[in-house]
Design a protein around this ligand. Structure first.
Ligand SMILES: NC(=O)c1ccc[n+]([C@@H]2O[C@H](COP(=O)([O-])OP(=O)(O)OC[C@H]3O[C@@H](n4cnc5c(N)ncnc54)[C@H](OP(=O)(O)O)[C@@H]3O)[C@@H](O)[C@H]2O)c1
Length: 208
């Protein structure tokens, strides 16, 4: 499911072109780690954000991101994005929402695309955070489009034909976070919201 999400969201919603500048938030997560690798396969320049230094190293050293940063150590996200994208962002693969989205909007290039996959920073808030920089969408002619993976299930076998050779050849890698025992499921679920997981959180309930 996360793979198909990355596939549909990146190739169809983002409509990427070789050489474009791509930013992925929650980049070490199940979806983000694949989006970054698809961007590299397409010949894009890709930077990811994540919440620990270990995740930043994983993005650069295992998944082949051109660069990565720890958003928790950046007091000014706008300044951070300007540092990593001095020429601006063509494609933003949105996983987190909130302050990151606001900062990204300021850094989009003309005719940029924002594929809204999710907004994990907003899921547990009583009041959603506002986004303040929307007028930049007009000046920059940015397209913002949400999507859900269910729309791409008819393409599942096409996706497998695409991804399996890359995985077999080691050109696409993935990391799963495996916890054993149904009793550990609730803590693992809650851990998603503080970044405890690295990659797809899997609960093994019946090891074979
Ligand atoms: N549209 C769809 O059909 C579809 C399908 C699947 C998933 N999604 C969405 O796509 C996004 C990514 O899913 P996923 O399965 O790849 O994620 P995941 O593997 O569950 O990882 C979630 C990661 O999000 C980060 N995070 C948590 N709270 C955050 C916050 N307040 N601010 C910034 N980052 C935060 C954490 O990493 P850090 O350590 O980096 O903070 C955490 O490890 C989610 O929003 C999910 O809801 C949408």
């Amino acid at each position: 499911m996360p793979g198909l999400t990355a596939y549909g969201g990146f190739y169809e919603v983002c409509a990427p072109k070789k050489g474009e500048y791509v930013f992925v938030s929650a980049a070490s997560g199940a979806v983000g780690q694949l989006v970054g690798q698809f961007a590299k396969l397409m010949g894009c320049y890709v930077v990811g954000s994540a919440g620990t230094q270990d995740k930043v190293e994983l993005l650069k050293n295992k998944f082949g991101f051109d660069d990565a940063f720890n958003y928790k150590e950046e007091p000014d996200l706008n300044a951070a994005l300007k540092r990593y994208f001095p020429e601006g962002i063509d494609i933003y693969f949105e996983n987190v929402g909130g302050k990151m989205l606001d900062a990204v909007i300021l850094n989009m290039r003309v005719h940029g695309r924002i594929a809204v996959c999710g907004m994990i920073s907003q899921y547990n808030r009583d009041q959603p955070e506002g986004v303040h920089n929307l007028m930049s969408i007009v000046y920059k002619r940015v397209r913002i489009e949400g999507f859900v993976v269910f729309d791409y299930y008819p393409q599942y076998s096409k996706f497998l034909d695409f991804i399996l050779p890359y995985i077999r050849e080691g050109k696409v890698k993935y990391v799963e976070d495996i916890v054993e025992g149904l009793e550990n499921g609730p803590a693992a679920l809650i851990g998603l919201f503080s970044g405890c997981n690295v990659g797809k959180q899997v609960i093994v309930i019946a090891p074979q």
